[in-house]
Design a binder for this molecule. Structure first.
Ligand code: ATP
Ligand code: MG
Length: 392
């Protein structure tokens, strides 16, 4: 029996006016990510079928579970459109589920081909009977089944157990491209993942203060970029040398303002870089009240150095929930490696909690960073982070 993945779309289907554009983006992205992993990707209205290459099923699953715009997917048997072939496939599904320790099941059928000899009701009923006879350990439970055997009669017949969750959201690039401020911490990779799932393509920028921050700190950021790229489908990591700017701030700024001043400088450089890259927004991992620089007043202050929308998808998220997401996407273990990013090393003991916009902007202007920021921007180095997936 042939294995195919049956892919379901989600929010895309609600896009009335420009649904085609969304679907085209997803097709393009899927094909690219599945290159070398699938022999065929077939598109039908509201459905996509993926034929995995031999031995590449796990990789295909990893791709499908990480691509924005896919609601869910199931590993299915594709068989001839005859009751006998559907029963055979149903038995194979049931056997695997029984071997995994499951007991209560139900069968569910749908047919778009009305010439199939059994109605949906009859087909479900007969699948149930055939399975019960072959697998006496199983019982039918229509209300609380542990698994469902689905049979779909379309151009061919598809038989599968429950489907896996996809990332949902919108296809990459449908919302343009943003610039992710990526540090070595827990939050910013998660923020990148969340915005990618909203269809925002991403580049990342990292402010590196060598030698105050080590080569290992950079490696860590690059490893995090790789995790984010497994959702965006690849991206560029831009490294800005921030040492001079940081030293100037350390020398001249009042101590309780240093973090805010560094954030403001990052915003300015990121805005200039975004313009060069054609990015339409900035993305950060900030969360309201998490640290001193993330009070409403301080976010207003740092936000005042850019005219781009600043997406802070974690603004209302509790740290524990962020950590759970970081674990799920595979960034957590990297984020907790010890190498500190620049801001931690330079953070003041008692940072200012509530910036007064005009007063603090004047303090920043007095630092006269203009030409240093330009120089920093000139140091920007590009690292290509290709799309890749690592299997657990
Ligand atoms: P994270 O866990 O992402 O580091 P955080 O809670 O530690 O976040 P901060 O260190 O205050 O918070 O940083 C706030 C945000 O500023 C980060 O989420 C990130 O988007 C950005 N940022 C901080 N430091 C850097 C850096 N060196 N390079 C790029 N962006 C940075
Ligand atoms: Mg941090």
């Amino acid at each position: 029996m042939e294995i195919v993945f049956l892919v379901k779309l989600g929010e895309i289907l609600l896009k009335l006016g420009n649904r085609k554009e969304f679907e085209d983006r997803l097709k393009f992205d899927l094909k690219r990510r599945l290159e070398g992993r699938a022999t065929r990707v077939e598109f039908f209205p509201g459905r996509i079928y993926v034929e995995p290459m031999e031995g590449r099923e796990a990789e295909v699953e990893a791709v499908l579970s990480r691509i924005p715009g896919v609601n869910g997917f199931a590993r299915a048997y594709r068989v001839r459109k005859t009751p006998a072939a559907v029963f055979e496939a149903s038995l194979a599904v049931a056997e695997a589920m029984a071997a995994a320790g499951m007991r209560r099941f139900k069968a569910e059928s749908r047919r778009s081909d009305k010439s199939f000899p059994l109605t949906s009701y009859e087909l479900s009923r007969d699948i149930g009977a055939v399975v019960l006879e072959a697998q006496p350990s199983l019982v039918v439970d229509l209300h609380k089944p542990e698994f469902t055997i689905n049979a779909e009669i379309r151009e061919r017949a598809y038989v599968f157990a429950d489907s896996n969750k996809g990332l949902r959201g919108l296809p990459i690039g449908s919302q343009g491209r943003g610039l992710l401020l990526l540090s070595g911490g827990i939050d910013s990779p998660v923020a990148g993942y969340l915005m990618a799932s909203r269809g925002l393509g991403l580049d990342a920028v990292y402010f590196h203060a060598y030698p105050y921050t080590s080569k290992e700190a950079w490696d860590k950021v690059a490893a995090l970029a790789k995790v984010v790229a497994s959702f965006t489908g690849g991206m560029n990591l831009w490294t800005v040398s921030f040492t001079e700017v940081q030293m100037r701030i350390k020398q001249l700024a009042r101590e309780d303002l240093t973090t805010l001043m560094m954030r403001a400088a990052m915003m300015e450089i990121s805005t200039a870089l975004a313009a060069r890259l054609g990015a339409n927004s900035l993305v950060t991992g900030e969360s309201l009240g998490q640290v001193a620089s993330q009070t409403a007043e301080n976010l207003r202050f740092t936000g005042s150095f850019t005219d781009l929308p600043v997406f802070r998808p974690l603004v209302g998220t509790d740290k524990e929930d962020t950590i759970a997401m970081a674990k799920r996407i595979g960034s957590f273990d990297i984020s907790i490696l010890p190498y500190e990013d620049c801001c931690v090393l330079f953070s003041p003991k008692h940072p200012l909690l509530r910036a007064e916009l005009q007063r603090e902007r004047a303090a920043y202007a007095a630092l006269d960073l203009g030409s240093l920021l330009e120089d920093a921007l000139k140091t920007t180095e590009r690292t290509i982070v290709p799309f890749s997936i690592t299997l657990p």
